[in-house]
Design a protein around this ligand. Structure first.
Ligand SMILES: O=C([S-])c1cc(C(=O)S)c[n+]([C@@H]2O[C@H](COP(=O)(O)O)[C@@H](O)[C@H]2O)c1
Ligand code: NI
Length: 395
């Protein structure tokens, strides 16, 4: 359905097919058909493949992507889609992502579907993807695990990676499969109401099942609307950031420790930042039995929370990790390079609604000036602050 949607939005199926044909895969063919559900027309893609008995692992599929005629954007998206699928399947089946064999998903038609979707997205030149809350459906499905309730375990696991908002309205069918869940949790930049945008085009990808509602996936192409007039003097990049960066959600992971070798803390912090932590901090505490202890806290983006939680469980002596999801309102960061009597310095600013809420010289740039002139750091800092002339056109 996703491939149908990108094709309906204008991605050329011929180009997608030509790219895919360069891969060392058995011969296949892609056909597009216009179908109508309750009077609404969409594109249905038929992936015709020969019967095969191949068992592919994650590394085989990633190799296919790496060796194909694709640009970095397509390769990154394919990697992220299959990594997430492998991680979810591994978690459900109690194995490792490398050992997972992709039953349905490793099948030729699924590879063509997923690779084709990544190529199609790239052809449409899309910078950001937003998704509505996801309609899961309900009921039961028959698969390799027998009769299991909707949503499938891998679907749920994948949707948890980005805290995807979901709902069900009683339709007795599987409306989001693991492949669909992987596309959303790997590629979407945000979930919820429509972002402010000017609509350019709407496309519909058609599913195969007859449902009580039109079985279509709707994609809307648009350009971002910059609505905040007071921000009109910022350059385009900064404008884009203002819209999307002012509020987000982060996980706070916590554990209290009173029995760990202090040498381990530094390594934990280094690893946490490598895994994508936004911040890591250690606070001295007084714990039960009058033991001095340490409160470890890691701030994590939603898509990194599972890895960071695992890192805390494996890399410390804790027996549990608490987590809470918090809303974070942020100032938009902006940097100015200024010329002072000591030389060039960087001023960092926190901006909201076109106003500067905070500004300060960037420490490293002042440190270099202090060292260059043999000045005490306090003096260099003072000089940069007193000589800084804000640009009235750029808050
Ligand atoms: O056969 C297996 S192992 C299987 C596992 C899971 C898990 O959630 S684990 C799900 N499914 C179902 O297979 C079909 C096809 O899914 P696609 O993502 O390939 O479209 C679907 O019904 C899944 O729920 C199978
Ligand atoms: Ni499975």
């Amino acid at each position: 359905m996703f491939l149908g949607t990108v094709v309906d939005l204008g991605a050329s199926l011929e180009k997608i097919e030509a790219s895919l044909k360069e891969l060392p895969l058995p011969d296949f063919n892609l056909e597009s058909e216009q179908v109508s559900y309750n009077g609404i027309t969409g594109t249905s893609i038929h992936v015709r493949v020969p019967k095969e008995n191949a068992h592919r692992h994650l590394k085989d599929i990633l190799k296919l992507a790496d060796e194909g005629p694709f640009n970095d954007n397509v390769i990154d998206n394919i990697h992220s889609l299959f990594h997430n699928l492998a991680q979810a399947e591994a978690k459900v089946h109690g194995t490792s992502p490398e050992k997972v064999h992709f039953h349905e998903v490793g099948a030729l038609d699924s590879i063509i579907d997923i690779f084709g979707s990544a190529i199609g997205l790239d052809l449409l030149n899309i910078n950001k993807i937003y998704s509505s809350p996801v309609h899961l459906g309900t009921g039961f499905i028959e698969c390799e695990h027998g009769k299991i309730p909707v949503p499938a375990p891998a679907t749920l696991e994948l949707l948890s990676y980005k805290n995807v908002p979901v709902y069900s309205q009683g339709i007795q069918s599987e409306l989001c499969t693991p492949t669909g869940a992987s596309i959303l949790s790997s590629l979407a930049d945000g979930f919820g109401p429509y972002p402010e945008m000017n609509i350019i085009k709407t496309g519909y990808g058609a599913g195969k099942k007859q449902l009580e509602q039109p079985n279509l996936l709707r994609g809307i192409l648009g350009t971002e609307v910059i609505s905040n007039n007071s921000d009109k003097d910022l350059n385009n990049n900064s404008k884009e950031k203002l819209i999307h960066e002012n509020c987000d959600r982060v996980f706070v992971l916590q554990a209290n420790i009173d029995d760990m070798n202090p040498e381990f803390y530094t390594y934990l912090m280094e690893q946490a930042f490598e895994y994508g932590a936004l911040d890591v901090f250690f606070t001295p505490t007084q714990m039960k039995k009058q033991r001095p202890g340490t409160l470890i806290e890691i701030l994590s983006p939603p898509d990194k929370v599972n890895q960071l939680r695992e890192l805390m469980l494996k890399g410390t002596t804790t027996l549990g990790v608490r987590s809470s999801l918090m809303e974070r309102v942020k100032l938009t960061r902006h940097q100015d390079e200024v010329t002072t009597s000591l030389g060039k310095a960087v001023i960092k600013k926190g901006i909201k609604d076109g106003k500067v809420y905070n500004w300060a010289p960037e420490f490293e740039s002042v440190k270099s000036l202090a060292a260059k002139h043999g000045l005490p750091i306090k003096e260099a800092y003072q000089i940069v602050c007193s000589e800084y002339q804000p640009n009235p056109n750029i808050p």
